[in-house]
Design a protein. Structure first.
Length: 270
């Protein structure tokens, strides 16, 4: 059955919104919110204790890993994080590709070190999750220059305090037609100005498990792999742009070599 639906959730179009693929996609996305709420409620005492002001962030991150396993399995996804031992003895900037709402728990499980997440300020509006996000992460208002600037100042302070920071360099989830969208400068500026490495990470299959609203979703494994530590070259005139381009090519090449296709912002032959 097909129908035209107009509204903030579905938009306005003459396309068929009640095809089986679209209907199952909407159900899967709604289940995403149900599972997030239920798993947070189950772990609420531990989350409240570890996220309290003055609490140990490493303990919160460990609880976050437990939440991530619970959440992903209830979503019908079994994570397969690759192992990686960091060579750098100090903070890093973790930069994974971003293809799905599943990427936050996948990053929790795959990161070889506790990281403080930078994420969109809209997450603050989510029940319960928004509270813990405010207590433990760095919200960024992407709609304003001052909001983006303040988020980078906060991230810079975290690095100086010895914490590692996770920034998805695409700045958000791109349309499913992209292999990898162009990178924002923030992650690489943070790394270059503090002379710390970018820890580059690939997340595979997540956009096929839970992609855009209305796109085909599925159950199955999701693999993740840390590609290595990418240091800024401080001898160059523009180490931030060079680091960004180098990381982009490395990440896009790895995704392509592992069966992903789509649009690119930079050519891979450099």
């Amino acid at each position: 059955m097909c129908a035209k639906i107009v509204g903030p959730l579905f938009g306005s179009s003459d396309k068929c919104y009640f095809s089986p693929v679209k209907l199952l996609s909407y159900i899967h996305h709604l289940w995403y919110y149900v599972v997030a709420l239920v798993t947070i409620l189950v772990l609420l005492p531990a989350l409240l204790w570890t996220a309290r002001p003055g609490g140990n962030y490493k303990h919160f991150f460990a609880v976050g890993k437990v939440w991530s396993w619970m959440y992903l399995l209830l979503m019908g996804v079994w994570p397969r994080p690759g192992k990686y031992k960091i060579q750098h003895d100090g903070p890093v900037v973790l930069s994974p590709n971003h293809a799905s709402d599943l990427d936050i728990p996948l990053t929790f499980l795959a990161s070889p070190t506790p990281v403080v997440f930078m994420g969109k300020a809209e997450l603050l509006k989510l029940p319960l999750f928004g509270y813990f996000f405010k207590q433990t992460s760095i919200p960024v208002d992407r709609s304003s220059f001052s909001g983006r600037k303040q988020a980078l100042i906060d991230a810079d302070q975290k690095i100086k305090e010895g914490y590692s920071v996770c920034i998805y360099p695409e700045g958000g989830i791109p349309p499913q037609s992209y292999l990898l969208r162009g990178f924002k400068a923030g992650a690489f500026k943070l790394a270059a100005e503090n002379n710390v490495p970018v820890l580059l990470m690939s997340i595979y299959q997540s956009k096929f498990r839970l992609g855009d609203w209305g796109e085909r979703s599925s159950f199955g494994p999701v693999d993740t792999k840390v590609l290595g530590e990418f240091w800024p070259n401080q001898e160059l005139d523009n180490p931030i742009q060079e680091l960004s381009d180098r990381c982009y090519v490395a990440l896009a090449t790895d995704l392509k070599n592992n069966g992903h296709t789509g649009k690119l912002a930079l050519p891979l032959e450099q």
